[in-house]
Ligand binder design. Structure first.
Ligand SMILES: CCCCC[C@@H]1O[C@@H]1C/C=C\C/C=C\C/C=C\CCCC(=O)O
Ligand SMILES: [Ca+2]
Ligand SMILES: [Fe+2]
Length: 661
């Protein structure tokens, strides 16, 4: 018994306050005390309550709270509650960081992270079970298209739990920027109706405010060196791999002996690389405004020079067909326009594979699976919930938006992208079979692709380094809560969580190397590192390059309006007629600018302010993580300053803490 001081913090967003009073109870080991009512909480404020409690509560376990709506129910965003009372516990911290809605009772466990085995007296057993059961009704698996990994249920962002919705600042920025982009598009489209693109130069009329790298792309996009560079450090560094043999699809017809010799020489030297877009083979192209669009499935062979440059040797635009002559091969020595058009076809194919496979599926949608599975399996006092929750912010909303406006029927893809109107869904479905566990772990993925020793692959260098920093962070956290492998295998909530991701969310990913259960601390750490890297670095490496590499439309055409060339007799008009028309180019510019722009509302990797852990150990581990990130950030700044082309997409200060755009 004695005097207790309670402090209640309300979120600072405009609508975080509430006109409802809040009833509080304090639950200790030895009893429960009614703390009375809190006046309606105000945004950004901390309210203090001093209460005389007549009974001995012992160790404080929970704060229970309930909003009492009088006339109208207004949601309240509660950040945290602290309780300072008699006894040795000091100030007890009860993290919340959630919206309190309706008039149900919410239980906030004290912030010390606990696994089931950390609670031998089962003081929190009921609370954990009830919380997860409630979450499973709120966070339900949905289904967008057959054969895909699962999304959150809900067809629009209004269907999402409020805890997953954009706060006003993000909402305002998102909607205002999008509206402005679409307004400019409409105005320009009207004012410049008469303008058409006759020459490649004309695409300069469709140029966003250029980033320094976008300016270089504009100047050097025709160069073979920049074409090859993009496979290592461009918008999509996920496709290129070192060749282990000459690809079977690469048929070399008579007269190509020199090329054959060169390819074999590079192969023997271990300097032959390939980018194979077979994922696109047979994809039904879109029809836009009654005009047939076109898709190809190129193969590019490249050689790695001693100076680190990756240079194209040959481009095959389509795979061989039975009963047809071998596909035409395009060479750097071909007439310039023919070689340029072949490279443009590769760039347009890379746009499709990048945006659908690397960015949307492997970035956005896999991050969503991890977040939904976590919300359905782990109670808020579980240490792994506390570790991961900061990396889920806004992902469900941005993905629901993507499903309802970007890749939806009559969405942006249907409107202006060559793989729209169903081809894009086929590509996503095919790409699911490549969602292997190893491909989500850069040390394994880069080894499998033969890139570990390619020092000019800055994506690879930075991905390995960031993976290592996240791995040490995860190991630090796991070491605090799991003292043995047995502790991992004996954590039922953890095992359910892992299975929920692999078997349910990723739809049988155990067939692709993902674990169905976790049998050691090392395995848990690897899995957690993959989760955090996917939600942060992997998405950033696929997202951040859009503005740099797709602002100049010919370097990343969203569609192609003519079939791939079948002869080398190519004019600039053939090239321009193949590229997106002005309206399509403007739409691409608008969306790329909107998605790729600097995000004013952004939390950088590891910089979340929410305090989910009240124990000092995790806070020290987080601090160490932040220090290592800061060192990496500074060293990337220094490195980039000496580079002709900087690589920034895995620079920690530019990597978001979750997938939000
Ligand atoms: C011209 C086509 C541009 C394509 C843009 C990108 O294809 C990418 C998809 C990958 C991830 C996108 C994820 C989220 C975006 C969500 C919403 C965008 C809203 C755009 C709109 O509403 O118009
Ligand atoms: Ca409110
Ligand atoms: Fe993104």
């Amino acid at each position: 018994m004695g005097k207790y001081t309670i402090r209640v913090a309300t979120g600072s967003s405009l609508l975080a306050g509430s006109s409802n009073c809040v009833q509080l109870w304090l639950v200790g080991e030895h009893g429960e005390a009614d703390l009375g009512k809190l006046l309606p909480p105000l945004p950004g404020k901390e309210t203090e309550l001093k209460v005389e409690v007549p009974l001995y509560l012992g160790r404080l376990l929970l704060v229970k709270l309930r909003k009492r709506k009088l006339l109208l129910d207004s949601d309240w965003f509660c950040k945290w509650i602290t309780v300072q009372g008699p006894g040795t516990q000091g100030e007890a911290f009860f993290p919340c960081y959630r919206w309190v809605q309706g008039d149900g009772i919410i239980c906030l466990p004290e912030g010390t992270a606990l696994t089931v085995s950390d609670d031998p007296q089962n003081l929190f057993k009921t609370q954990r079970e009830q919380e997860v059961e409630a979450r499973k009704t709120v966070y339900r698996w949905g289904s967008w298209k057959d054969g895909l990994i699962l999304p959150i249920a809900g067809s629009s962002r209004q269907d999402l739990p409020r805890d997953q919705r954009f706060l006003e600042d993000k909402d305002l920025d998102f909607n205002f920027s999008l509206a402005k982009g679409l307004k400019d598009l409409a105005i320009k489209g009207t004012l410049e109706l008469a303008i058409c693109v006759k020459r490649l130069e004309d695409f300069k009329k469709v140029l966003v405010k250029k980033t320094p790298l976008a300016a270089r792309v504009l100047d050097c996009w025709k160069d073979d060196a920049l074409f090859g560079y993009q496979f290592l450090n461009g918008a999509n560094p996920m496709l290129v791999r070192r060749s282990k043999s000459l690809p079977a699809r690469l048929l070399l017809s008579p007269g190509m002996e020199d090329l054959q010799t060169q390819l074999e020489k590079e192969l023997q030297a271990g300097t032959l690389f390939e980018a194979d877009f077979s994922l696109l083979d047979g994809i039904k192209p879109n029809v836009i405004m009654f005009q047939q669009q076109y898709v190809a499935a190129p193969l590019v062979m490249l050689r790695l020079q001693p100076d680190g440059k990756l240079l194209p040797m040959v481009i095959q635009l389509q795979p061989p067909r039975h009963g047809s002559p071998p596909p035409l091969l395009f060479l750097p020595s071909d007439p310039p326009m023919a070689w340029l058009l072949a490279k443009i076809w590769v760039r347009s194919s890379d746009f499709q594979v990048h945006q659908l496979q690397s960015h949307l599926l492997r970035g956005h949608l896999v991050a969503e699976v991890i977040s939904v599975a976590t919300m359905r399996s782990l109670p808020s006092l579980h240490p792994i919930y506390k570790l991961l929750i900061p990396h889920f912010n806004y992902t469900m909303e941005i993905n629901t938006l993507a499903r309802s406006t970007l890749v939806s029927e009559y969405g942006i893809f249907d409107l202006v992208v060559s793989t729209g109107s169903g081809g894009h869904v086929d590509i996503l479905q095919r790409a699911v079979s490549y969602l292997t566990y190893r491909s989500f772990c850069p040390p394994d993925d880069l080894a499998d692709r033969g890139l570990l020793d390619v020092t000019s692959c800055l994506y690879g260098q930075d991905a390995l380094r960031l993976w290592g920093i996240i791995s040490r962070y995860v190991n630090g956290m796991v070491g605090l809560f799991y003292k043995s492998d047995e502790a991992v295998t004996c954590d039922p909530e953890l095992q359910v969580w892992c299975r929920e991701i692999t078997e349910i969310g990723l739809q049988g990913a155990q067939d692709r190397g993902f674990p169905l259960c976790l049998e050691s601390r090392a395995q848990l750490c690897h899995f957690l590192t993959m989760c955090i890297f996917t939600c942060t670095g992997q998405h950033a490496s696929a997202h951040l390059g859009q503005l740099d590499w797709y602002s100049w439309i010919p370097n990343g055409p969203c569609t192609m309006r003519k079939p791939p060339p079948t002869s080398k007799d190519v004019t600039e008009k053939d090239v321009v007629d193949s590229l997106p028309n002005l309206q399509q180019a403007r739409m691409q510019k608008t969306i790329v600018k909107f998605l790729g722009r600097h995000q004013p509302v952004m939390v950088a990797l590891g910089q979340h302010k929410e305090k989910y852990f009240s124990d000092p150990g995790p806070q020290a581990v987080l601090k160490q993580f932040q220090e290592e990130l800061a060192t990496m950030d500074e060293e990337i700044e220094v490195r980039n300053a000496q580079l002709d082309l900087p690589y920034e997409y895995l620079q920690p200060s530019k990597v978001e803490n979750s997938v939000t755009i």
